[in-house]
Design a protein around this ligand. Structure first.
Ligand code: SAM
Ligand code: SF4
Length: 382
């Protein structure tokens, strides 16, 4: 499988429904940002960032700082939230995009990924779930997050971290408490995302998702053809997830037409048989966006060849991961947590993010010494 040196989760290609007029969008955005009452929700210490955002979007930027821009999928996110939340959303989007470029970290990670479970019912060929040392229950990597652990994390994140993802190493819908977890996120975050293989997306869970705080729902599917799908998503059946996603769409239309949720079918681009036009034809009617993300060769990272990459990894300033057992990790390419910075049960998110071990790791990357750190020396993410 061909790999790329790219930002993790970057799009290989994306198709977005309902085009917008950029000029009109920017005029409206400017008036929202200039209305002082809308910035009341931005924390005082972030008001400076709001100035940078305005200068970058409507003037010539700020000397000495990278320029903040809006991609089409981010514009869609902005269009899906309340006007009063837009300044705050942009501040946190700025932290997400610009902090990694400037190597800035403040009290909280811009983005938190919480894993409801590390267990998966699939064995996708490009995923670390194929590593038998990882997926073997007796090796200790597998488990479901307890509801108390989840609530503690959400309580700490609320008001501090606005971008949350409920997925990392496993299939989130397998977690026995997923419905209660989803309910607990309601009205707490500006962008809550969940990635699922959609195999367990039944009627009850569809309602739970639509009633929760989920703003972006990603159905992971890599093909528009039955055989190719099963070849890549081992244990999966295309017909089953098609049926589930159709039912989700019907429930959404019938009962939650006012709920603003962005749906996306997203595949990992691993070979030439996968085609975005075909994906759009197959899935386009059912979801708002159809995309491929770049393949990251993480499924055998500990055994793969060392790379010569010296560029620091952007994730060290962008996101933190918390596994089902409360273990905090700087990334999920390191799916066996060699780089773990501690447990959230002994320490809070903010302390872990600013801990000496996290700082040391960032320093090693800045000093172009990631070659001395495993698995950073075998990883292609920059
Ligand atoms: C690890 S999965 C966990 C959530 C869920 N099981 C699913 O498949 O959506 C999270 C996301 O990572 C993507 N992914 C898996 N392996 C990947 C790889 N090698 N490179 C890039 N993305 C990958 C999946 O397609 C999915 O969207
Ligand atoms: S990509 Fe998702 S569905 Fe596929 S094996 Fe990995 S965790 Fe499971």
């Amino acid at each position: 499988m061909k790999s790329v040196y790219k930002k993790y989760n970057s799009f290989f290609g994306i198709r977005i429904k309902n085009k917008y007029d950029l000029k009109i969008f920017l005029v409206n955005l400017k008036s929202v940002l200039n209305d002082k009452k809308n910035s009341l929700r931005v924390k005082k210490n972030y008001l400076k960032i709001l100035d940078f955002v305005k200068r970058d979007l409507f003037e010539s930027g700020t000397k000495g700082r990278p320029r903040f821009t809006l991609s089409p999928n981010v514009i869609k996110e902005i269009q899906s939230i309340d006007k009063k939340d837009i300044p705050s959303y942009l501040v946190h989007r700025y932290r997400y995009e610009i902090y990694p470029q400037m190597r800035i970290s403040d009290d909280f990670p811009p983005y938190l990924q919480i894993e409801p479970t590390s267990i998966c019912n699939y064995r996708c060929v490009f995923c670390y779930q194929t590593d038998n040392k990882f997926n073997k229950r007796s090796n200790g990597f597998m488990g479901h997050m307890k509801l108390d652990t989840f609530k503690l994390l959400i309580d700490q994140a609320e008001g501090n971290i606005e971008f949350i993802s409920l997925a990392s190493r496993g299939e989130p819908l397998l977690c026995p408490d997923i419905k209660e977890m989803l309910a607990y996120t309601r009205e707490k975050f500006l962008n809550l995302k969940i990635n699922t293989n959609a195999s367990l997306l039944n009627e009850r869970i569809s309602h739970s998702i639509l009633e929760s705080g989920v703003k972006t729902l990603v159905f992971s599917a890599d093909a528009a053809d039955t055989n190719l799908y099963s070849k890549l998503r081992v244990n999966g059946k295309l017909e089953r997830i098609l049926k589930n996603i159709k039912r989700f769409k019907e429930i959404q239309k019938k009962n939650y037409s006012d709920t603003k949720i962005i749906t996306r079918v997203s595949g990992v681009k691993v070979n030439n048989q996968q085609n975005l036009n075909e994906m759009e034809k197959y899935w386009g009617e059912l979801v708002d966006q159809v995309a491929f993300v770049n393949y990251v060769p993480w499924e055998n990272v500990y055994e793969s060849k060392k790379t010569a990459i010296q560029t620091p990894c952007s994730d060290l300033w962008r996101r933190m991961f918390v596994w089902w057992d409360g273990k905090a990790n700087p990334c999920d390419v390191d799916y066996k947590s060699k780089l773990s910075v501690g447990y959230t049960k002994n320490n809070n998110i903010s302390n872990l993010w600013q801990s000496s071990s996290y700082r040391k790791l960032r320093e090693q990357h800045i000093k172009k010494l990631r070659r001395n750190v495993s698995p950073c020396n075998r990883c292609v993410v920059v």
